[in-house]
Design a protein around this ligand. Structure first.
Ligand code: GTP
Length: 245
């Protein structure tokens, strides 16, 4: 029986709230409005993943699938320098272990996960798969039955790879608000939500904190549901050096 691992956020408050980070089991969804900080969190996790287990990592690289924007390689490079300074005893070529795929529609996404990822995972050490985002490719469907079928196909591919390589799988989702009073709800409906195991939401808090002489917006990560973690939330900041609490 394989032992499930946890990938640390590299941020104490977020680790505490999630009881150690992202679990290498099932699909973890991270949802939030544009600009809430999803991509920044994913970049940090992509670097954390490469650290040895005793530092909270998974000792392996990441397959990072972009569907919305071009991959922010400049920012990853910047953050990797912080990691090199923060963990001087660890000699990792961080950028070489982030395998980026740029995808434009659901057909390409399914093909990537079914045909491209398996040989990549077999030849490289990868224990984190990220899709940023699933919403971008699935929101455009008008046939919801076909959409449900395709989302299930995607989830099956990801779950198979996750099980086989004891790997964490993170899918980013967008949110919509039905009315101004109601809080944002994740896109893609029930057909998508029941495919995920854990759902996290990030949002901005109407509060700012001074950090390094700069006023930074406070952000919040909430557990919407998770089989092993109670409902909880934690606040964090996005700084030049990454996510901190
Ligand atoms: P979408 O991708 O548009 O859905 O948004 P997102 O939720 O992925 O937000 P993202 O993580 O891209 O950025 C959120 C915030 O991170 C921005 O509003 C900035 O405050 C901060 N941020 C983004 N890039 C940088 C950077 O290079 N340096 C610093 N210090 N902060 C950044």
């Amino acid at each position: 029986c394989m032992k499930w691992a946890r990938l640390s956020f590299g941020c104490e408050a977020l680790d505490k709230c999630t009881q150690g980070g992202i679990v290498t089991r099932g699909i973890t969804e991270i949802c939030g409005v544009a600009g809430s900080g999803k991509t920044q969190l994913l970049l940090q996790l992509s670097l954390m993943s490469q650290l040895p287990l005793e530092f909270g990592g998974l000792g392996a690289g990441v397959a990072f699938i972009c569907t919305e924007h071009a991959f922010p390689s400049k920012r990853l490079h910047e953050l990797s320098k912080t990691f090199t300074q923060k963990y001087p005893s660890i000699n990792i070529n961080y950028l070489a272990q982030v395998h980026v795929q740029q995808i434009h529609n659901s057909e390409q996404l399914l093909k990537c996960c079914a045909e491209h990822l398996p040989p990549l995972m077999a030849s490289e050490r990868i224990r984190l798969i990220i899709i940023d985002s699933v919403a971008a490719v699935f929101r455009t469907y008008s046939d919801f039955i076909q959409r449900a079928r395709d989302m299930r196909k995607l989830a099956n591919c990801l779950l198979n790879l996750g099980d086989r390589y004891n790997c964490a799988v993170i899918c980013v989702n967008q949110v919509t608000s039905i009315s101004k009073k109601q809080s944002e709800i994740p896109c893609l409906g029930l057909a998508w939500s029941h495919l995920g195991r854990t759902r996290l939401r990030i949002s901005k808090v109407p509060k700012q904190i001074k950090y390094d002489d700069k006023l930074l917006t406070v952000r919040k990560l909430e557990i919407i549901y998770s089989p092993e973690t109670p409902i909880a939330y934690a606040e964090f900041l996005i700084t030049g050096e990454g996510i901190v609490n």
